[in-house]
Design a protein around this ligand. Structure first.
Ligand code: AMP
Length: 618
């Protein structure tokens, strides 16, 4: 990648731009390149220090930022100013992480909404994108220092289970760190590249990539043939990893040493100290049979057999995921030619043996499990730089993508496990006469009702010329590019009214947003987010008022006097609410009107001659 060229005009040496591969991990992150001489992927490290940069960010009293090993040491002294596992929060709202909020020793703002989470340190607020950007910036500096050349381009890996919002958030973090993110690739895909399986065109193999890191677990089944890597299925658990082993040990010690929650409350650093000891114990037990240490008055002890009993349920869960992944790929364990291990937690001997016995073969752990993903990212970077044209990558969508149709149903356009890039389109029609706009709400997930899935984005197709209900033909098309980023467009075919709209996931940022974020002071971030939430709530309220009005003009006769009065009262309340600054109020009043009017729509639909409706109504 780091090719040298001679500029003929000046006679000077020109270094071609380096593209680095970055594994932005939950626990540790690192950067790798293809060595210009050996052509081998290598993880970058300063002298004899580790290639791993702990994914920990610490803010001192003056809001100075420290990243990595120094920050990690502050976990005990200043847990509330030291942020670990920020990757778990990428692209998430408080509602998404509510059940796990107790696992974080720092303050996550509980705004009880669907807005992006923010972390409070002192009087400042940081988003997970900000925090990840600090880690990426550190890796960029590290690479520049070691390579003595500017580093501006990168391939960054994400877990296979990351949804669009999380991929977009990772891309944004790269941008904030001053990196041009050429490609976001799945970690298992990177890992398989690093193992080099299938590099020779003659090789045909089906492999399982078992990735147990600090905070996430992924199992991916890949088919490799003719130099093409195809992900057949993925499964896993975004809340399962080495951290959970640490927690299990901490809980065990708390119980066996009678450490009460009271004591922990009094001394917050005690919990962190226990956590660090637990991790040390776990690592030691990968090589030895016993762990012993003193922590103040407490004697911490753990035997290997005891440890294996503690983590047995965790390992069992991963094996269940392996079964599910095989089922999705319609394969049996005997169809798997090789099993490769990724992630620091696969160093635990009990993990290796459980996976080995499930698949019925020795696992492949020859590449350093901490570095394998970054090494694969470097290989992908090399392919993008045009140095390795032999390889082609095919990824898949981890979750189904679709839109909301009448009755709050999920209509899937692109099913999960579809190979990407991918395209799909379907026609829809209007629900009421002269309907001029149509709201397209895009969701991701596997449940039948959209309320259980994740909303990615929403937009209005407006300007549909007046037609009877059921006549307009609105074609909605989905396009997922090679990075797994989705673009949705809508077009009314009958009138030729064409309004195609590119959307980014709701939690993603537009180019302008990123610039604004750089300029805006971090303290304004919270206000920005509530302003946007208010605007969104108002749009939704106004939209509902319009539809209800139109509905009443047409169908008032179908409603009873009581229903008409109730509807009018709810409309009036919503009309008032949208003029005020209270998002919750707007939402509440919108919901109230929705509650009242939803059954009407269903009633009309039942009564309407279904034959008049060519497609499905949105
Ligand atoms: P990763 O997210 O891949 O960086 O994985 C890091 C996880 O691997 C952390 O939970 C570490 O505690 C764990 N880990 C690292 N080395 C070992 C080891 N020798 N034995 C057991 N777990 C380890």
């Amino acid at each position: 990648m780091a090719k040298i060229a001679i500029n003929i005009a000046t006679g000077s040496l020109q270094k071609e731009e380096i593209i680095v591969g970055i594994d932005l991990g939950t626990t540790n992150s690192l950067v790798a390149i293809i060595h210009p001489d050996t052509k081998q992927a290598v993880a970058l490290k300063e002298h004899d220090s580790s290639s791993l940069l702990p994914s920990v960010v610490h803010f001192d009293e003056h809001s100075n930022i420290m990243v990595g090993e120094v920050a990690k040491t502050m976990l005990v002294q200043a847990p509330e100013r030291t942020i670990f596992s920020a990757k778990r929060l990428m692209g998430k709202s408080y509602n998404d992480i509510r059940d796990n909020a107790g696992n974080f020793s720092y303050k996550i703002i509980d705004d009880n909404t669907e807005s992006l989470v923010k972390i409070q340190v002192g009087d400042k607020f940081y988003s997970p994108v900000d925090l990840s950007s600090y880690i990426l910036k550190e890796l960029k500096h590290r690479a520049e220092h070691i390579l003595k050349t500017p580093v501006n381009k990168a391939v960054i890996t994400v877990p296979a289970y990351f949804n669009d919002a999380q991929r977009q958030a990772t891309r944004d973090a790269g941008r904030l760190a001053g990196l041009d993110v050429l490609r976001i690739i799945n970690e298992p895909t990177a890992a398989s590249l690093a193992y080099g399986i299938g590099i020779s065109r003659e090789e045909h193999k089906t492999i399982a990539v078992y990735d147990l890191g600090g905070g996430t677990f992924d199992i991916s089944i890949l088919r490799i043939a003719g130099g093409i890597f195809e992900v057949l299925s993925t499964n896993g658990d975004t809340y399962l990893g080495g951290d959970d082993m640490d927690h299990a040990i901490v809980d065990h010690w708390k119980k066996s040493l009678n450490i009460s929650e009271n004591e922990i409350q009094k001394d917050l650093s005690l919990n962190q100290s226990l956590r660090l000891h637990a991790e040390t114990a776990k690592k030691q037990l990968s090589a030895e049979d016993n762990y012993e240490a003193a922590l103040g008055q407490y004697k911490l002890k753990l035997g290997k057999a005891e440890f294996e009993t503690l983590i047995h349920p965790l390992i069992d869960k991963t094996i269940q995921s392996c079964k599910n992944a095989l089922k999705d790929a319609a394969l049996k364990t005997t169809d798997i030619d090789a099993v490769v291990m990724v992630g620091g937690s696969t160093r635990v001997p009990a993990v290796k043996s459980a996976v080995g016995s499930f698949f019925g073969k020795e696992v492949n752990d020859s590449v350093n499990p901490d570095e394998v993903v970054a090494l694969g990212a470097a290989i992908q970077a090399d392919i993008l730089a045009g140095n390795n044209k032999e390889l082609l990558l095919i990824d898949i969508t981890p979750l189904s993508l679709g839109i909301e149709t009448a009755g709050g149903l999920m209509d899937v356009l692109i099913p999960r496990n579809t190979k990407i890039p991918s395209k799909a389109s379907r026609q829809y029609t209007t629900q009421v006469d002269a309907q001029s706009g149509m709201r397209i709400s895009v969701f991701q997930g596997e449940r039948d009702l959209v309320q259980h899935n994740r909303k990615l984005a929403e937009f209005n197709l407006s300007g549909i010329p007046g037609m009877l209900a059921g006549l307009p033909k609105v074609e909605v098309s989905f396009l997922i590019n090679a990075d797994g980023i989705l673009t949705v467009a809508a077009k009314e075919l009958r009138s030729g009214v064409e309004q195609s709209i590119e959307i980014k996931p709701q939690y993603g940022l537009t180019d302008n947003d990123v610039e604004k974020m750089l300029l805006d002071s971090i303290t304004h971030a919270k206000d920005d987010i509530s302003a946007r939430a208010l605007a969104e709530a108002r749009t939704e309220g106004e939209q509902l008022l319009k539809t209800t009005e139109r509905f009443l003009q047409k169908n008032a006769s179908l409603l009873s006097q009581d229903e008409l009065l109730k509807t009018a009262a709810a409309m009036q309340a919503l009309q008032l609410a949208v003029t005020m600054e209270d998002k919750d109020l707007v939402q509440a009043k919108t919901e109230e009107l929705n509650e009242i009017s939803r059954p009407y729509a269903e009633r009309i639909m039942d009564e309407a001659v279904s034959g008049a409706m060519k497609g499905k109504s949105i």
